[in-house]
Ligand binder design. Structure first.
Ligand code: UDX
Length: 466
């Protein structure tokens, strides 16, 4: 089938390459000339494992091309996928739909024949209906462009796998013909047994925001438990493991730590709240404000823990932050909890070095005041405190004995509860983490008013005994 994919960010670039890979004739479209040039040459404009291979394969097959022209796109597609961003509006919780509207306005007047316009971006419920009216006013005489919604659930870092082998396909259409067209688009996946959920556009739009709200709630739930664990002297990782054995709950997305960030979960729960208020049901999702608050609080709690370990004042302290991206296997630093903490430590006067295997260049652009590097040993040299804030595999493979030799003080905050604490302690490190008692912690010892015995000013002479 002839498809266009409009918007070639994390979602669109992967969708375009994967649709070509499963046999469609795809035209990828973006306003960004640099991005389009890079993609056309087989260079992904961002780090996403496996994308370079699919892209190279798709380009070589001749089934994938790129353009900046919506006029060309209008001429090409039987199905047009809208994959542009829907960021948070400046000064509001709501989603900014200007890029979606701009695609429709630029595409529809040039349509030579009836076709299907399919939204994949995350949007407020009711968007399909609004675009249907907008399109009716823009379409050339005799041309009908039906709008459908087909939300995308891909995770960065697993985008190719999630696109080729999704957990489910959700398709919201107004007509059986539109549904049949989308079944043809996804035929290889449907044949392979991927559940295909056929519904109305409102439900399809809502599935996406509901899914992201649920995931965010799960993370904030376990982080709220971590706060209780800190007060009670209990262990949130064991708690999560025990909860996770209940198959009704499940262990995934119960990793306590610094909380969620990125280009999706934070802005999606806020946009959902704003939309629910417009619909007069704000009270039904008011809990999402709490989810957001709990999430933000973990950043403050991590800074407070670092400050306490520094003896109450971070000014002049050499601190190294491991991880700049919002999650591992990505170079995306949008709303990154790790970078937010690093920036706060810097504002409090710490001499901060940030390391990230893939995101250091983006981090440096976003925060010129920080010193970002992709070399681990350089970043850790002379550190008085190390904060592990994004759980790249590379950090799990670090030898704590060797690292202890390059730092000034072997003190670690594991903001992701992902490192082997016992191994680090055995190598002489003081290890602290949210929601984890250290061997002799008393209940409440993590409260700001109670100073810890060990600060990074005192030389660490052996395993953490605080
Ligand atoms: C998310 C959804 O998972 C995906 O379905 C949707 O399409 C887009 O939004 P993504 O933003 O790529 O995907 O990241 P995800 O893997 O969901 O992680 C989001 C954030 O939550 C990261 O910052 C991660 O570190 C954090 N997280 C995740 C936790 O803090 N604890 C967990 O247990 C899981």
């Amino acid at each position: 089938m002839r498809l266009t994919v409009i918007g070639t960010g994390y979602l669109g670039a992967v969708h375009a390459a994967c649709m070509a890979d499963i046999g469609h004739d795809v035209l990828g479209v973006d306003v960004d000339v640099e991005k389009i040039t890079a993609l056309a040459e087989g260079r992904p404009p961002f780090y996403e494992p496996g994308l370079d291979d699919v892209l190279t394969r798709a380009l070589a097959s001749g089934r994938l091309r790129f353009t900046t022209s919506l006029r060309e796109a209008a001429a090409h597609g039987e199905v047009h996928f809208i994959c542009v961003g829907t960021p948070q509006q400046a000064g509001s919780q709501a989603a900014d739909l200007r890029y979606v509207d701009a695609v429709v306005d630029g595409l529809v007047p040039h349509l030579p024949a009836s076709c299907l316009v399919v939204g994949k971006s995350t949007v407020p419920v009711g968007t399909t209906a609004r675009l249907t009216t907008r399109i009716a006013g823009l379409a050339p005489a005799g041309v009908r462009a039906e709008v459908a919604w087909n939300p995308e659930f891909l995770r960065e870092g697993f985008a190719v796998e999630d696109t080729l082998r999704p957990d489910r396909l959700v398709v919201g259409t107004e007509s059986p013909e539109a549904d049949a067209m989308l079944r043809r688009v996804y035929a290889p996946m449907v044949v392979a047994g991927v559940p295909y959920i056929s519904t109305d556009p409102n439900t399809a739009e809502l599935v996406k925001v509901a899914a992201n709200s649920f995931l965010a709630t799960k993370i904030s739930f376990i982080n709220a438990m971590a706060e209780v664990c800190d007060a009670a002297g209990a262990d949130v990782v064991t708690l999560a493991d025990a909860l996770g054995h209940d198959t009704r709950i499940g262990r995934r997305f119960l990793n306590a730590g610094l909380g969620f960030g990125g280009g999706c979960l934070p802005k999606d729960i806020r946009a959902f709240t704003a939309r629910a208020q417009e619909l007069g049901v704000g009270a039904a999702v008011a809990f999402l404000d709490q989810v957001d608050e709990i999430n933000q609080r973990q950043r403050a709690r991590t800074v407070a823990l670092a400050r306490r370990l520094a003896g109450g004042d971070l000014a002049g302290r050499r601190v190294t932050v491991l991880g700049a991206t919002f999650k591992p296997n990505s170079d995306d630093v949008r709303d990154s909890p790790a970078l937010a903490v690093a920036a706060t430590l810097h504002r409090e006067g710490a001499d901060v070095r940030v390391h990230d295997p893939e995101g250091s260049a983006n981090a440096q652009l976003a925060h010129p005041e920080l010193r970002c590097s992709a070399d681990l040993l350089t970043a850790c040299q002379g550190a008085e405190l190390i904060l592990h804030l994004t759980e790249w595999d590379q950090y799990r493979e670090v030898d704590p004995v060797k690292l202890a030799r390059v730092v000034r003080e072997p003190v670690l905050v594991d903001g992701r509860n992902a490192l082997p604490h016992e191994e680090w302690r055995a190598a002489g490190w003081t290890v602290k983490a949210l929601g984890r008692p250290t061997p002799t912690d008393r209940p409440d010892s993590d409260r700001p008013t109670t100073p810890l015995r060990t600060t990074i000013t005192s030389p660490a002479t052996g395993p953490d005994r605080t």
